[in-house]
Ligand binder design. Structure first.
Ligand code: NCD
Length: 313
């Protein structure tokens, strides 16, 4: 696997291989010395043209724990702010002998473009409103661990509700692609104004009535209302949004007792998710963050074909 651009590029075997290795990689997180020689001598450049806390930091930690040299480039402070094009910037960096780029950009399709231009491997860390494949993988890892602890080892029959601002989300598209490959049922829940165009062709159930589906969910994946991407009025007020689509305390009580709550972060507490739900015992929010480092270690290993030396079995 040379690049990871879309969750839809992953076969079931590839997805399982990434998730299985990520479970092994996670053991490093609990060690005093968090270093494996797997990517020694390799250079990874994180190129972030959009804001990020979790994704950028966890890719950087992942590269460092695998002994790669990791460098961060952000649009602010680079020649991009002087008007250099994405192509020129990437070709410049590529000429320095980089092995992999991790790229986040506000344009849908940016990572695919870059992969056509450069010699290095490219990992898509979020392209506009299009895709965010490592987010879907880390969600799957956290969900799988939750249900394995409960003695449930199969994706079949698990029902995932993805709820919120689906129109502006790249997380939803990658999750639908991956969760369908893994074999779960997916139901999308959003106000009609926040459903992506063409969603009826995605092959999943779609509704605007959260209350009608909440009791049958095994996973409630709450997505952020992306105010920075909104130009008009997509819903009347924040209060009405929370009443209709938020994971309130009342809805939390209606979830199945073993259901898991996910949110990729950053959360708007009180809007798409109440603090009661975000901090509940069955909330996987911080497990998702922890899984993020392990999944990104595994993805970097898969695209760069590292050595298996020192990987805990
Ligand atoms: C997501 C993103 O940036 O697409 N966050 C993340 O990567 N942790 C979701 C979001 O911003 O709401």
């Amino acid at each position: 696997m040379k690049h990871l651009l879309s969750a839809g590029d992953l076969s079931l075997d590839e997805a399982n291989s990434i998730l299985d290795l990520a479970d092994q990689m996670q053991q490093v997180q609990h060690r005093e010395v968090k270093k494996l020689p797997v990517l020694r001598g390799r250079t990874i450049v994180n190129v972030f043209f959009e804001d990020s806390t979790r994704t950028r930091t966890s890719f950087e930690i992942a590269g460092k724990w695998l002994s790669a040299d990791t460098i961060n480039v952000s649009a602010k402070g680079s020649s991009v702010s002087k008007g250099e094009s994405l192509r020129d910037t990437m070709l410049t960096l590529d000429s320095m002998g980089v092995d992999a780029f991790v790229i986040r950009h506000s344009s849908s399709g940016a990572a695919h473009q870059v992969a056509n231009w450069v010699k290095a491997s490219v990992v898509n860390a979020g392209d506009g409103q299009h895709e965010h494949p490592t987010q879907a993988l880390l969600d799957a890892m956290a969900i799988r661990q939750h249900f394995r602890k409960l003695g449930r080892d199969s994706w079949a029959g698990l029902r995932v509700g993805i709820v919120g601002d689906l129109l502006h989300s790249r997380v939803v598209r990658s999750n639908v692609l991956l969760l369908r490959t893994l074999g779960c049922e997916v139901v999308l829940v959003a106000p009609p104004t926040l459903l992506p165009t063409g969603v009826e062709t995605w092959g999943v159930e779609v509704t605007s009535d959260l209350d009608q589906v909440i009791e049958n969910l095994d996973i409630a994946m709450m997505l952020r209302v992306q105010r920075e991407r909104m130009s008009g009025g997509f819903f009347p007020t924040e209060r009405e949004y929370a009443d209709g689509f938020g994971l309130t305390l009342e809805r939390l009580h209606r979830l199945k007792p073993q259901a898991a709550i996910c949110h990729p972060g950053p959360m708007n507490r009180g809007m798409e998710i109440s603090s009661d739900a975000a901090d509940a015992a069955n909330s996987l929010v911080l497990n998702q963050v922890a899984a993020g480092v392990a999944v990104r270690m595994s993805v970097l290993y898969h695209v760069l074909g590292g050595s298996t030396e020192g990987i805990p079995l």
